[in-house]
Design a protein around this ligand. Structure first.
Ligand code: PLP
Length: 413
C-alpha cells in the first residue's frame, strides 16, 4: 500500500523507494525488486539484514522481559559492559540509545573532569569536518556549519582545529589553558572518509597524557570491526580515556554506549546522569549476541580482507577516471571523492544499478558494505559503482585547453 510522507517532518531528503525485507547484503522493495546494500543503514547492519540468530534472540527476549528500569540490576547490561570493556581495554560503561546520547555522555564526563581540575570554563577540542550527532551539544561539537545553521546559539565550550594536524593541537594547547579533553573520530565518516594517521593518534595520546586531557574517541561509525580492528584507534596501538559506540553495536536495534577507563570511569556519581531506556535487557542481549557472532566469525579480520579487496578494486576500476579526485578508506569504509557535487548519484545508483550508496560532504560517494558480504558481492559493488560513474560527463577534458597551454608557457621565454 502506498502512503505519503506528508505527515512526516521534512527532516530528510528521502528516496522514493521503500524496502519490505532483507537478507544479508540484499534488500527487496515493495515491488519485489532486489538491491545490493553497500551502506548497511549507514554502518548499522554490519551483520546483514534479518540475521537469523539476532532475530531469534530478539523474539526470545521479547517473550521474557523487555524493560525494567535502571533502578534495578540488569544482568544483560552487566554482561555486555564486561565484554565491551575486555575488547576495548576500558573499565566502565554507560548505556544509552543512540550515538548522540553516547557522545553527550562523553561531553558531560569532560565537563566533570574539567571542574574537578578547577577549570571554571572547560573547553573541549574538536575537529574540522567532525561529526558527532544532532542534539544541541553534539551538533555544536560537529564541524559542519551547514548542519549547524539555523540552530544558533550553539553550545559554548568547544575549540576547533584541523583534523590530523598535531601542530594545530599543540598551538591550541599553548593558547588555551582551559582545554580539558579532545573528541575525535579515528576515521571521519560524515566528513568524507578521512583516516587519521596512526602517528597523529599516538602523538595526540601523548599530548593528552602530558596535559591531563581526556582523549575521547568517537567510534560510533568506525567501531565494531568496520575498519579491520574492533575499534579504529586500535590500528594506532593506543587506548583512549573515553570511547563512544552505537550504530553496529545492535545491528539495527537501538543501543549506544560510552566507555571509560582510569579517572574518567569514576567521574559520575549516582544521580548525575541517566536514561530511561538505556541498557534495557533486550538491547543489551542483542549487543551480546552481536559480539558473539562478530567474535566467532572473525568479523574485524573479514573487514580488513574485504576492505583491501574493495579499495584495490575501486582503485583499479576508477583510479584513472577523469572525474575521480581521490579514493580513500580503511577496512570497509570507503570514499570516492569526485570533482563535483554528486548527491543525485544516490537516486541513480538505486534506479540504474539497484545499489544503495550514500554521498557525503556533497562530493564523496561513501561505501559502508555489511561485514558479512562475500568476495563476489564486494566485486559486484565495485562493478556497479564503476558502471554508475561510466556515464557521468567529464568536467575537465583531458585535452589541454588554451588556458592550460598559456599556463605551461615558461615564464623566462
Ligand atoms: C552516526 C554518528 C553519530 C550519531 O549517532 P546517532 O545514533 O545518529 O545519534 C555520532 N558520531 C559519529 C561518528 C557517527 O557516525
Amino acid at each position: 500500500m502506498q502512503h505519503t510522507t506528508s505527515h512526516l517532518m521534512r527532516a530528510y531528503a528521502r528516496q522514493p523507494v521503500s524496502f519490505t525485507r532483507g537478507s544479508g547484503a540484499r534488500l527487496w522493495d515493495e515491488s519485489g525488486v532486489e538491491y545490493l546494500d553497500a551502506i548497511a543503514g549507514v554502518a548499522v547492519t554490519s551483520l546483514g539484514h534479518a540475521h537469523p540468530e539476532i532475530a531469534a534472540v530478539i523474539a526470545e527476549q521479547a517473550g521474557l522481559l523487555l524493560h525494567t528500569s535502571n533502578v534495578f540490576r540488569i544482568d544483560w547490561q552487566e554482561q555486555l559492559g564486561e565484554r565491551l570493556c575486555a575488547l576495548a581495554g576500558m573499565q566502565r560503561v554507560f548505556f544509552c540509545n543512540s550515538g548522540a546520547e553516547a557522545n553527550e555522555t562523553a561531553l558531560k564526563l569532560a565537563r566533570l573532569h574539567g571542574h574537578r581540575r578547577q577549570v571554571a570554563q572547560p573547553q573541549i577540542l574538536v575537529m574540522e569536518n567532525g561529526f558527532h550527532g544532532r542534539t544541541l551539544a553534539t551538533l555544536s561539537a560537529t564541524g559542519n556549519p551547514a548542519k549547524q545553521q539555523g540552530f544558533e546559539p550553539l553550545m559554548p565550550g568547544f575549540l576547533r582545529v584541523p583534523y590530523d594536524d598535531i601542530e594545530a593541537v599543540r598551538r591550541a594547547a599553548d593558547q588555551s589553558p582551559s582545554i580539558v579533553a579532545v573528541l575525535i573520530e579515528p576515521v571521519q565518516g560524515e566528513g568524507g572518509i578521512r583516516v587519521a594517521s596512526a602517528d597523529y593518534l599516538r602523538q595526540l595520546r601523548s599530548l593528552c597524557d602530558e596535559r591531563g586531557w581526556l582523549l575521547m574517541i568517537d567510534e560510533i561509525q568506525a567501531g565494531m570491526g568496520r575498519t579491520g580492528a574492533w575499534f579504529g584507534h586500535q590500528h594506532a596501538g593506543i587506548t583512549p580515556d573515553v570511547m563512544t559506540l552505537a550504530k553496529a553495536l545492535g545491528n539495527g536495534f537501538p543501543i549506544g554506549a560510552c566507555l571509560a577507563r582510569g579517572e574518567a570511569a569514576d567521574l559520575f556519581s549516582p544521580g548525575q546522569h541517566g536514561s530511561t531506556f538505556g541498557g534495557n535487557p533486550l538491547a543489551c542481549r542483542v549487543g551480546c549476541t552481536v559480539l558473539d557472532i562478530m567474535a566467532r566469525d572473525g568479523m574485524p579480520q573479514r573487514a580488513a580482507v574485504l576492505g583491501t579487496r574493495l579499495l584495490t578494486g575501486l582503485q583499479k576500476a576508477l583510479g584513472q577516471h577523469p572525474s575521480v579526485l581521490a579514493i580513500r578508506g580503511q577496512g570497509l569504509m570507503a570514499g570516492i571523492e569526485l570533482d563535483r557535487s554528486c548527491k543525485e548519484l544516490v537516486g541513480r545508483a538505486l534506479e540504474e544499478q539497484r545499489l544503495l550508496i550514500t554521498v557525503t560532504r556533497d562530493t564523496t560517494i561513501r561505501l559502508l558494505p555489511p561485514l558479512i558480504c562475500d568476495e563476489a558481492q564486494i566485486d559486484d559493488i565495485v562493478a556497479r559503482v564503476a558502471r554508475l560513474l561510466s556515464s557521468i560527463p567529464t568536467l575537465n577534458p583531458a585535452e589541454p585547453t588554451l588556458n592550460d597551454l598559456v599556463d605551461r608557457t615558461p615564464h623566462h621565454v
